[in-house]
Design a protein around this ligand. Structure first.
Ligand SMILES: NC(=O)c1ccc[n+]([C@@H]2O[C@H](COP(=O)([O-])OP(=O)(O)OC[C@H]3O[C@@H](n4cnc5c(N)ncnc54)[C@H](O)[C@@H]3O)[C@@H](O)[C@H]2O)c1
Ligand SMILES: [Zn+2]
Length: 363
């Protein structure tokens, strides 16, 4: 097991990464300063049958009295209605402010249970136990919590940091192949925006990573989380630097919206978005064609899509691009690379983005 701390002053918290560490969760929670007692494990209908018992037993064996709140698996559960049902269960359990919530699952459970923890009694302790690649390398750390609204994803939420993150990489072995690979897109993202050496390591070890080798998983999850932590430590509330984490996401989000959620998994859309952003970086930020090609080859090698799909430049795509949250004063704060391993932002209009990408599209 490897451990580091996210340094946020009085709200600092430990992050543990390792294979098989679910069984230590009770001890780790006590070490992190939780007091024991009532603790709700929020999980979903896929993850519960796989890992709930081990987590509950580990807590039972310490000073905790766990109970379970299981939600239906899937993005649709990130809703006000399901959130309310969680509040109901917390109230019925008699949980007080000394209680705690564990989010055991992917990003859906993490965001939903995180928001419940942020708001129930104005805040109870939160423990993130991510079980998907996306959640382990991204959503478990950094404090973004929330639910979706009919009008848009993640419209309602709060920044609320966990008190502890426990990423057991052995849980990644039960993920479907597509769900596993989409998480790799976010790992590659950290390499592209802030760590050229990580790009090199990913290239060299792609075979072992694809085979979910335990040592490799521990390494890439740890490095990803460390990078995310270093950004969050400097800009927790996304007033500047944290925006670089959106590399590949402006176009990725527009593709998800343009083709309906469902055609692409988030990480797949981001993979295409990163390749497109690298191309734009050649025009606007001086990224060399060789480096841009290198990134594309790594993404393709990880089994992720790299081409804009036929018919991408539709109305939905432009509308989504314009709605992008990063939009400010007519332009989009677009994340570009001036070299592999270093990002910057540059304001580009959505018309220009579409024009440039159309000009370069291979038809
Ligand atoms: N808060 C943040 O900073 C942040 C960052 C990125 C994404 N997100 C959010 O995260 C969500 C996506 O997360 P996700 O991709 O983890 O989705 P998810 O939570 O829906 O998990 C994907 C699927 O995998 C299943 N699953 C989870 N762990 C498993 C395991 N170990 N073995 C087998 N199956 C398992 C789930 O039941 C689900 O069906 C989105 O709602 C997104 O908005 C949040
Ligand atoms: Zn993402």
């Amino acid at each position: 097991m490897r451990t580091f701390s996210v340094a946020l002053g009085a709200r600092s918290y430990p992050v543990h990464v390792g294979a098989g560490i679910l069984d230590q969760i009770g001890t780790l929670a006590l070490e992190a300063g939780l007091h024991g007692g009532r603790i709700a494990i929020v999980t979903d209908s896929n993850v519960g049958p796989l890992y709930l018992r081990r987590v509950a037993e580990a807590l039972d064996g310490s000073k905790f009295a766990p109970f379970t709140i299981e939600i239906a698996a899937g993005e649709a559960s990130k809703s006000m209605a399901v959130l309310e049902s969680i509040y109901d269960r917390l109230v019925r359990s008699g949980m007080e402010r000394t209680g705690a919530i564990i989010a055991l699952g992917g990003g859906v459970v993490g965001d939903l249970a995180g928001f419940a923890a942020a708001t129930y009694l104005r805040g109870v302790a939160l423990v993130q136990v991510p079980t998907t690649m996306v959640a382990q390398v991204d959503s478990a750390l950094g404090g973004k919590t929330g639910v979706n609204h009919r009008a848009a994803k993640n419209l309602i939420g709060a920044f609320y940091e966990p008190r502890l993150v426990v990423a057991d990489v052995a849980t990644l072995n039960t993920l479907g192949e597509r769900e596993y690979r989409e998480g790799l897109a976010e790992v590659i993202k950290y390499g592209a925006i802030m760590d050229e050496a990580l790009v090199g390591d990913l290239e060299r070890n792609l075979g072992a990573i694809a085979a979910r080798d335990g040592r490799q998983l521990e390494e890439i999850v740890l490095r990803s989380l460390r990078h995310k932590a270093s950004v969050v430590e400097r800009d927790e509330h996304e007033s500047g630097l944290r925006r670089i984490l959106n590399f590949g996401h402006t176009i990725g989000h527009a593709l998800e919206a343009g083709f309906g959620y469902g055609r692409y998994l988030h990480g797949e859309a981001v993979a295409i978005g990163m390749v497109a952003a690298a191309r734009l970086s050649e025009n606007y930020a001086g990224l060399s064609t060789a480096e841009s090609e290198r990134l594309r080859a790594l993404i393709a090698g990880a089994g992720l899509p790299v081409e804009m799909p036929p018919g991408w430049a539709g109305e939905e795509f432009s509308r989504a691009l314009n709605l992008d949250k990063k939009r400010a004063g007519g332009g989009i704060e677009f994340v570009l690379l001036d070299r592999l391993g270093h990002a910057l932002t540059h304001r580009i209009s959505s018309e220009e983005i579409i024009e440039r990408l159309s000009g370069q599209a291979t038809v």
